[in-house]
Design a protein around this ligand. Structure first.
Ligand SMILES: NC(=O)c1ccc[n+]([C@@H]2O[C@H](COP(=O)([O-])OP(=O)(O)OC[C@H]3O[C@@H](n4cnc5c(N)ncnc54)[C@H](O)[C@@H]3O)[C@@H](O)[C@H]2O)c1
Ligand SMILES: [Zn+2]
Length: 674
């Protein structure tokens, strides 16, 4: 029978694949694929087994829960197995569940009361209280044996170490879900990002990874919480309440946290209404849920219904559509924002995620591409939670095609061809052609005419838009080439406003160096910085010729701004526009630099280090500049003086080695004649 052999082989392949997925998910807390993909493969297995029941084995993933515990933890055998839940993904599957109940106990399902609970997305734990004291805790493991996580569970703040009862049961096993609230998850990932560590793909992985730490000190730092949803072992003279709902309420009185969205409902419509309302609340709950759990409330009825292989017949997990799907990264497009920021956008094989088709997702910047380690052709995981825009949260490494190509960040702007520069310490790369780049043109022009820049009040935003649409201006210099005949032809442009515009354009030609610099719209060069630059250098030519060290010598100009200024002049397009502006008659009076009186520090190169006590760093720097010093950041043989404050370190050592004159703060104050 070759056909059956084929089926058998297929079955083995699927089982092996599922076991691998389960191991990575349950044991390593580092899933290889999305839940939706796992569920699809599981369904395939179920279908084959349904057609060939004779091939079902005890060790099939359809018959067993989770995976074997991780080595390194002591093991705990569950006296009562910890099971899984059957799934439903549609109303039809929910109907199937209700029908199976009716068939088994011959009761109209619309009369059966259900306890409706959110399905928390974390991991199942068992916590044993002996005479009211927390004595043991375990993970679910493979359902019959779990890992001993007692020390870790004790660090979770909402779990009582002692039950709130004068007469606690001799033994009580609380079962519930440990999860990580959204806020804590975000904070944890932010911290990891800042430290350059690996982030967690979602709160479930974070919760599982945090709880299953061999060192409880790490678990203690993680924002975990418990919500109880059931009882395992129970030994006491008192009887337990007879419904599931009342048992949860009783747990609450003992100080055990229980989810507060839980309600009772009867009949298909009410069950669906619960599903709907929880789904609507989903993104505002503050923690991740992946569906609802509907449980027959009456314990006697639960017992009559019993269990199938790995799940109770009296409960179902009615899950929400998946928020994570896998798809292929076909290419990356680089978009230029209105401030010149270059954003890589992933072009994806369209995929349906949580109700919408996603074919684009932002990759944010070069750092993010590196962090994800994604390359072209990769299978990536797309997550779309709530109204949040879809994110790429991971790469399915084992599906990486051979000879996959790396993502190349452009060195020239895809819109205008100007150089793309990423300043040290910044995540974002930018186009340096601010004045000519079509993507940035509108912002650049609006800024250029603004009051504190060239102050061209006759040219407003609407006019700029019209002029751009009609391709009458491309760069700020084109403004000065407009004539009366062109302007009056524009919509809503009367004789008077055309004259007005031309007049204010003309008037603006007579400006100041500071205004002109500010008008160029170089990122982070604000009014004050522009003024400082003008005062310091006096002429535009001097600013153009300055190197990064010289630029840093200007008050308020640090590494980043110095780099931006320097890069601005490296881009030929920018130089062209500036020259064009000057050719159109834009002019200013050079700033007359006041002659600095002779003093011992004039024209000297000085480095400041250590903590100053009488002056602030900025005050000292400003004073040195007034005295005609060049203040630089690092000590070299060209340094004339090192002003060393308290706790001076490596710069002081270096200066001593080089035999450079060292001044204390007091020496400096005296020399400066203050
Ligand atoms: N991505 C992967 O590679 C991969 C691999 C294995 C499993 N999985 C995921 O795990 C699922 C199977 O795991 P499972 O067997 O733990 O099933 P499950 O997570 O679908 O359902 C059972 C679990 O639900 C939890 N739960 C949450 N709220 C509950 C409540 N109110 N009442 C009762 N239980 C509640 C419990 O932890 C329980 O163990 C798959 O459907 C898939 O989503 C993914
Ligand atoms: Zn550009």
């Amino acid at each position: 029978m070759p056909k059956l052999d084929n089926v058998k082989q297929k079955l083995e392949e699927i089982k092996t694949l599922l076991r691998k997925y389960e191991y990575h998910y349950h044991v390593l807390d580092n899933p290889l694929v999305t839940d939706s993909e796992y569920d699809r493969v599981m369904n395939e297995l179920k279908n084959i087994e349904w057609q060939h029941p004779e091939l079902i084995t005890n060790d099939s993933p359809t018959q067993r829960v989770g995976a074997k515990p991780l080595d390194g933890f002591a093991q705990i055998k569950h006296e009562i197995p910890m099971l899984s839940l059957d799934n439903a993904f549609s109303n039809e599957e929910l109907d199937g569940f209700l029908r199976r109940i009716e068939d088994r106990v011959i009761i109209d399902s619309s009369t059966i009361e259900f306890c409706c609970e959110p399905k928390l997305d974390g991991l199942a734990v068992s916590i044993l209280y002996v005479n009211g004291v927390l004595t043991q805790a375990a993970t679910r493991g493979d359902g019959s044996t779990g890992e001993d996580i007692t020390a870790n569970i004790r660090t979770i703040r909402n779990i009582p170490l002692k039950l709130h009862s004068d007469n606690p049961p001799a033994r009580l096993e609380v079962r519930g879900e440990v999860f990580m609230p959204q806020q804590g998850f975000d904070a944890l990932n932010e911290k990891a990002l800042a430290k350059g560590e690996k982030t967690f793909a979602n709160p479930r992985n974070a919760a599982a990874g945090s709880l299953r730490q061999l060192d409880p000190k790490i678990t203690r730092q993680r924002p975990l919480m418990l919500n109880a949803y059931g009882i395992g072992i129970y030994e006491s003279d008192d009887e337990l309440p007879h419904t599931h709902f009342d048992r949860l309420q009783w747990l609450k009185t003992l100080g055990i946290p229980v989810n507060n969205e839980i309600i009772l409902a009867k009949g298909r419509d009410e069950l669906l209404a619960f599903y709907q309302s929880i789904q609507e609340k989903r993104s505002s709950l503050g923690y991740d849920i992946d569906g609802t759990v509907l449980k027959v409330n009456d314990i006697d009825l639960q017992e009559r219904l019993g269990f199938i292989s790995k799940a109770p017949r009296w409960a179902i997990a009615y899950k929400f559509p998946a928020q994570e799907e896998m798809t292929i990264l076909n290419s990356v497009e680089f978009q230029v924002g209105r401030t010149g920021a270059i954003t890589p956008v992933a072009k994806l094989e369209p995929v349906f995620v949580a109700g919408v088709t996603v074919s684009n997702a932002t990759l944010h910047n070069g750092d993010e591409i590196e962090r994800l380690g994604v390359v072209l052709g990769d299978t990536v995981i797309i997550r779309r939670a709530g109204d949040v825009i879809p994110q790429i949260t991971g790469v399915v490494l084992e599906r990486r095609p051979k000879n996959a190509e790396k993502i190349k960040f452009p060195t020239a702007c895809p819109v205008c061809g100007s150089a793309v520069v990423r300043v040290d310490g910044e995540a974002v790369a930018r186009c340096t052609g601010g004045l000519i780049c079509a993507a940035q043109r509108k912002e650049a022009l609006k800024h250029f005419v603004s009051r504190k820049a060239m102050d061209i009040d006759g040219v407003g935003e609407k006019l700029i838009e019209q002029l751009m649409e009609k391709e009458l201006i491309h760069t700020p210099a084109d403004l000065f080439k407009l004539d009366h005949a062109t302007l009056v032809r524009l919509e809503r442009m009367g004789e008077k406003s055309a004259n007005n515009a031309l007049e204010s354009i003309d008037k603006s030609k007579n400006t100041t160096l500071a205004r002109f610099l500010f008008a160029l719209g170089i990122r982070d060069v604000g009014e004050t910085t522009a003024q400082n630059l003008a005062n310091h250098f006096g002429t535009l030519e001097a600013i153009r010729q300055a190197d990064i060290e010289q630029l840093k010598n200007v008050q308020d100009v640090g590494e980043v701004v110095a780099n931006r200024l320097f890069q601005f002049w490296q881009e030929p397009h920018n130089v062209e526009v500036v020259e064009d502006l000057i050719a159109q008659g834009v002019h200013w009076q050079d700033v007359v630099k006041q002659e600095i009186a002779d003093n011992p520090l004039k024209d000297k190169t000085v480095v400041l280090t250590g903590t100053l006590t009488e002056l602030t760093r900025d005050q000292a720097k400003a004073m040195l500049q007034q005295l005609g010093c060049k203040v630089v950041g690092s000590v070299s043989s060209k340094t004339d003086y090192l002003i060393a404050g308290e706790k001076a370190g490596s710069k002081l050592t270096k200066a001593q080695e080089l035999g450079i004159k060292i001044l204390t703060e007091q020496d400096f104050i005296q020399l400066a004649g203050l």
